[in-house]
Ligand binder design. Structure first.
Ligand code: HEM
Length: 128
């Protein structure tokens, strides 16, 4: 018999977990003086949806992000925005709050958080 491996996506609770993470994150963005002006659209809903779908795909869930947006090429997609240290810090601060709100198993939480820290650092395109 084949042993089925659970994906990280499944282990943390699937789509509802990622939707909750990103909803909480964007609540923080909505009130953030550095981040809010960076978002081109008045309505943050579509950006929230894109980030949720990206993270779900990254962690082994459905590939809806790729089907609708194509290859992520995230550094390229962030090129129009000034991602400096201040924006990076603000982004991670809201993510930290959002991750905490999930109350995940500490091992899973660390895995998620380490990835977000690494990904945020790699998105900086405007050094001081
Ligand atoms: C480091 C600070 C960051 C800032 C200031 C930032 C800012 C932004 C902004 C302004 C957008 C455009 C909103 C939209 O139209 O979707 C965006 C899009 C996006 N960001 Fe970030 N971002 C950061 C880091 C990250 C990281 C670490 C990830 C992934 C883990 C990420 C994933 C995405 C995705 C998936 C999109 C939508 C791409 C698309 O399909 O168009 N961002 N980000």
């Amino acid at each position: 018999m084949e042993i089925q491996q659970l994906t990280f996506y499944e282990l943390v609770g699937g789509e509802p977990t990622f939707r909750a993470l990103v909803r909480r994150f964007y609540e923080g963005v909505a009130d953030d003086p550095i981040l809010r002006p960076m978002y081109p659209e008045e309505d943050l809903g579509p950006a929230e949806d894109r980030l949720a779908l990206f993270l779900m795909q990254y962690w082994g869930g459905p590939h809806t992000y790729g089907e609708t947006r194509g290859h992520p090429r995230l550094r390229m997609r962030h090129a129009p925005f000034t991602v400096d240290r201040a924006a990076h810090d603000a982004w991670l601060r809201h993510m930290r709050d959002a991750v905490d709100s999930l109350e995940l198993d500490p091992k899973l939480e660390k895995q998620l958080w380490d990835y977000l820290v690494f990904a945020a650092r790699s998105m900086i395109n405007t050094p001081e």
